[in-house]
Design a protein. Structure first.
Length: 247
């Protein structure tokens, strides 16, 4: 049979019908994802791992409990989607998101948290996360949200969407010098220093270890060339950087 005979359009059918039939016969297999779950609470982490392992679109699920472990996992193996807790022992999930995306730019990150803080949502989205849901959401919702971000979508879960979108529309406030040298996490700590909070109090409020706070304070002192935390606190108060009173 000639090539012309094989591709000829049968009588009574136009070219568009033949193309449609051909497309309908072609099945493109779904690309299964490598997923990373980052959470320092073993019960929650393993529960989510078990849930995701049963999803048809997931190929393999990896675990991490710290920022360092998450970055290592993203560096050493393919990672397509990440479920990231925002509070981790050695840092926060937003900083971890930025670090993971530097190591694996194509990954999609879904942030998980117990509190729907609009400012944290915005920080997460600006760091590159594609979604944000509360940890007490229905587990199936978390699974569906992770698939949506893997496929390129944006997810703002119940309880955070409206406030986060409102905050996103606001122009970012300009940080006065010399505090514009600091990272968002360091600015958070500066706000607490301005209120006279102890390292223990700051660690509790930010959901990190006290050692992490001590390290951040040392970085702040070095960047601002300040003698001590009292000097930082006084400068921060003058600049209007005190933390909100509800903290």
């Amino acid at each position: 049979m000639s090539r012309e005979q094989r591709t000829a359009v049968p009588p009574g059918r136009d070219e568009s019908e033949r193309v449609r039939d051909t497309v309908e016969r072609v099945t493109v297999p779904e690309q299964h994802a490598q997923v990373l779950v980052v959470d320092d609470h073993p019960v929650f982490r393993r529960g989510l791992v078990t849930l995701l392992a049963g999803e048809s679109w997931v190929d393999e699920v990896h675990e991490a409990a710290t920022v360092a472990d998450a970055v290592r996992a993203a560096t050493e193996q393919r990672v397509d989607a990440v479920a990231m807790d925002v509070r981790l022992p050695d840092g926060d999930g937003i900083e971890a998101t930025a670090a993971v995306l530097r190591a694996r730019p194509g990954a999609a990150v879904l942030l998980l948290t117990m509190v729907g803080d609009p400012e944290m949502v915005v920080r997460g989205l600006r760091a590159g996360a594609r979604g944000y849901v509360l940890k007490d959401s229905d587990p199936d919702l978390v699974g569906r949200a992770l698939r949506v971000v893997r496929d390129g979508g944006l997810v703002l879960g119940p309880g955070v969407a409206d406030d986060a979108l409102t905050t996103l529309r606001l122009p970012p406030a300009e940080t006065p010098a010399p505090f514009d040298r600091l990272t968002p996490r360091e600015l958070d700590v500066v706000g607490h220093l301005a209120e006279g909070h102890t390292n223990q109090r700051i660690a509790r409020d930010l959901g990190v270890h006290e050692k992490t706070v001590r390290n951040v304070v040392s970085e702040i002192l070095a960047k601002l060339h300040a003698a001590d935390r009292v000097e930082v606190a006084l400068q921060a108060r003058e600049a209007g950087l005190a933390a909100p009173q509800e903290r």
